[in-house]
Write a new protein. Structure first.
Length: 255
């Protein structure tokens, strides 16, 4: 019987998935018209703020946060390949380091009570076990100053599947990468390598319960804005489906 070994998050991104992801995001409508407005809405005014970006990837959000007035920026990613990519395109005032956001001692090596804000866009999907998730949330909590907040970007995968939103997104990816969309095949076409990006989905209440357990004092679920800018990316019919489904949301957790 043939066996299949699921690659670790680091293997997935070091073997090229991360670079394909970065390339796709440069023109990805879901990011431009839904994810980005949500992130800037929940983060608020960044002037003079100290911020850590967990699972920072190629550092795109770090650059934007610097432009928006952040005082101190640190980016952490499990993939050396992604951090190398970030270093090539980011200002040297931004600190970048290779580390796993679920490493038990991460909050000690970075320093506790240091940051006003924690951003983690999609990184919680790479927490394959509840133990990893708990350690990642604990690190985020420990690194925040009192009164600081952590913002985690996630998707309602079950809604996407149930309402055909995936088909709308799939068609868009096909247009961006000029290839056929069939799961990881699109990334294989882009880089000529064989790999998959493996994510773990959990319902909102699981994140909320664990965040409360770890000491966050207030947890909010914030839906994306879904303003009319989305009509620049989708037809009115498809934009209406996306708005009704509300597939993307943020968890905002306060210390």
């Amino acid at each position: 019987m043939e066996t299949y070994s699921i690659p670790t998050s680091q293997q997935q991104y070091d073997e090229g998935a991360g670079l394909a992801y970065s390339e796709m995001n440069r023109t990805y409508k879901l990011r431009t018209f839904i994810t980005n407005p949500l992130i800037w809405n929940v983060l608020g005014d960044l002037t003079g703020k100290s911020i850590v970006d967990l699972a920072c990837g190629d550092g795109a959000y770090l650059k934007d946060m610097l432009d928006r007035g952040a005082k101190e920026l640190v980016g952490i990613d499990i993939s050396p390949e992604m951090i190398d990519t970030a270093k090539k395109q980011l200002d040297k005032v931004i600190t970048l380091m290779v580390n796993d956001m679920s490493t038990p001692s991460l909050h000690l090596s970075i320093r506790e009570n240091r940051f006003d804000l924690v951003l983690c866009a999609w990184g919680l999907y790479n927490m394959d076990t509840d133990e990893q998730l708990e350690r990642a949330l604990k690190n985020a909590h420990k690194m925040l100053v009192s009164g600081g907040k952590a913002c985690f970007i996630l998707a309602e995968d079950h809604k996407i599947c149930a309402n055909d939103i995936g088909k709308i997104i799939d068609l868009e990816v096909k247009n961006v990468l000029k290839g056929d969309w069939s799961g990881p095949t699109v990334l294989q076409k882009l880089l000529g390598k064989t790999f998959e990006v493996v994510d773990t989905w959990r319902p909102y209440f699981m994140y909320e319960e664990m965040a409360k357990k770890l000491g966050f004092t207030r947890i909010e679920k914030v839906d994306a804005l879904f303003n009319e800018e989305g009509l620049k990316g989708w037809s009115p019919e498809n934009w209406k489906k996306i708005k009704i489904t509300k597939p993307i949301y943020a968890i905002v957790a306060y210390k």
